[in-house]
Design a binder for this molecule. Structure first.
Ligand SMILES: [Zn+2]
Length: 531
């Protein structure tokens, strides 16, 4: 058993905790695409989902285990409540991975025991021990979480952890489930565990935390100083409520300030060696992919990956940066893969150049996908002379990684103007292949298009968010449209890119409706997890 790993273990839970936030629902292909990118990013563990929750969740975890869980790839993990049926489903789902892990949890705070579990402390102790041992019968790598540890009685917490480690837990994860603790308190909690759990050096201490008070990253860094060696985080910090600790912020804080953290990890103070296995150059691309596929936009002032994170607006700053970047920049934009937005391809670029550049950007497309994307590329290149990497990413995200093609948008036509009634005509093909045409009048062109689409698709829903962003500068820029719609208590997102924002709006809406439609056809079991 390693008790002091060389590096800080990065455990990514974008596909489990991150996917639990309203509207971030991903289909299996999208989860697989993100998992592949997480492997490229170099995360140590991917929590691929909660296998027992639904057949769709099981299949996603299982596929990721098969395809991404290679010998040199990350550990593939599934969450499971401390119940036989959950643990068994998790074990089956992760089985194909070369390295796999079961992550089981049970609440330990009095408030959860009394109101949620309706169990005594003694009963919880016995369940934790029994279920860790049961999980251990499937794989050696077992993570145990005492849910709501931040509000649990420390003495009881120590006892539960000791019993879980004795039963075979190799990682014990301390969640601040409700995002309530402060950095000093959280660091103290980890220190207490390190000092009071007799067999703690047989397990790695992990932390999980939510950002309700904006303290998740600060709490984690304090935990590292006190002995935590695994950090559970998500790309762009997505997750329930205010989200999880953001992977990019943790990794870059540990990278930029590595000399500050060296002593806490028993390293020479001057060591320049990286504290994580993350390839930081993949951070920006991963952030954009997760944002595009989940429909969860990144705020412009977000640390590390926000659009303004490396923009120096003030004149004094610009002058300083031009003279020497280090005057106001604590890190180089290239470090996160935010390269100069170069013009890479044009109208006359061939298929080979297109394919090669996509490979360099990390996209592996099948022949069919490549053909589809190349057709789109030519269309865009006709309208827009210079195609940048960001344009390419928008095209690929749009064409290759997309919601199920149940309804296909074939035509959208609008007429509008200062004295006209905005009118839209749409043609869609339904899943049975029939062509459906309708028209509607709206308050504006997008409203008219959406009303016309609604008349064809006929699934009642409420549009709750509509946002347009341009991928690159200039009047001929590609516009990206992200929308979220509500059906009963569920939220579905859609995303599309086009030089024509009305077309992008229509396609984004159809994509969201396709997700809703696919979900209606395959209703999963309703399960509640908050760990
Ligand atoms: Zn959580």
């Amino acid at each position: 058993m390693k008790n002091q790993p060389e590096k800080i273990i990065i455990f990514d839970t974008t596909l489990r905790d991150g996917e639990q936030c309203p509207g971030a629902t991903l289909n299996i292909d999208e989860k697989l695409t993100i998992a592949k990118q997480l492997a490229r990013l170099g995360v140590d563990v991917i929590e691929a989902g909660f296998a027992f929750a639904s057949p769709g969740d099981f299949e996603a975890v299982n596929k990721i285990a098969q395809i991404v869980g290679t010998e040199n790839g990350p550990v593939i993990c599934s969450l499971a409540r401390a119940k036989h049926e959950d643990i068994k489903a998790a074990a089956q789902a992760i089985q194909p991975a070369a390295k796999n892990r079961i992550h089981t949890f049970i609440a330990t705070s009095d408030i959860h025991l009394k109101y949620k579990l309706k169990k005594t402390r003694q009963e919880v102790l016995a369940i934790a021990e029994e279920m860790v041992a049961y999980a251990k019968s499937f794989t050696d790598d077992i993570e145990f979480s005492p849910e709501d540890a931040g509000r649990s009685d420390p003495e009881f917490l120590y006892e539960v952890l000791e019993r879980a480690i004795a039963a075979g837990a190799t990682t014990v994860n301390i969640p601040d489930t409700v995002g309530y603790t402060t950095p000093t308190e959280f660091g103290g909690l980890i220190k207490g565990i390190k000092e009071n759990v007799p067999n703690i050096d047989q397990a790695i201490i992990s932390v999980h935390g939510h950002n309700d008070l904006g303290l998740a990253v600060a709490n984690f860094l304090e935990a590292v100083k006190n002995g935590a060696r695994q950090l559970e985080c998500t790309i762009n910090g997505i997750g329930e409520r205010a989200g999880n600790a953001a992977l990019e912020e943790l990794v870059m804080a540990l990278h930029v300030r590595r000399q500050y953290f060296n002593s806490f990890l028993g390293r020479p103070a001057e060591s320049e060696e990286s504290l994580t296995s993350i390839d930081t150059k993949q951070i920006y691309r991963t952030s954009r992919m997760v944002s595009n596929l989940t429909g969860m936009l990144v705020q412009p002032n977000k640390a590390i990956v926000g659009a303004n994170a490396f923009a120096h607006e003030s004149g004094i700053h610009q002058d300083g940066v031009l003279k020497n970047k280090l005057t106001y920049e604590i890190m180089d934009a290239q470090l996160i893969g935010l390269t100069e937005n170069q013009i890479v391809l044009g109208k006359h670029s061939g298929r080979n150049a297109f394919r090669t550049r996509l490979r360099e950007l990390g996209y592996e497309a099948t022949e069919t996908e490549l053909n589809k994307a190349f057709v789109r590329f030519k269309e865009v290149a006709d309208k827009k002379k210079e195609i940048t990497d960001w344009d390419l990413e928008a095209i690929v995200n749009d064409e290759i990684q997309q919601a199920p093609d149940l309804f296909k948008l074939e035509l959208v036509q609008v007429s509008c103007g200062s004295n006209a009634k905005p009118t839209a005509t749409v043609t869609l093909r339904n899943p049975e292949g029939e062509e459906l045409i309708d028209a509607a009048i709206g308050t504006g062109p997008v409203d008219a298009v959406y009303k016309a689409i609604n008349r064809v698709v006929n699934v009642p829903n409420q549009l709750i968010e509509f946002s347009v962003q341009s991928v690159t500068a200039g009047i001929d820029a590609i516009g990206e449209v992200t929308i979220r719609l509500r059906y009963e208590d569920r939220v579905f997102s859609g995303h599309a890119a086009n030089t024509d924002i009305i077309v992008a709006s229509a396609q984004a809406y159809v994509n969201a409706l396709n997700r809703l439609y696919a979900w209606l056809q395959n209703q999963p079991k309703q399960e509640e997890v908050t760990a």
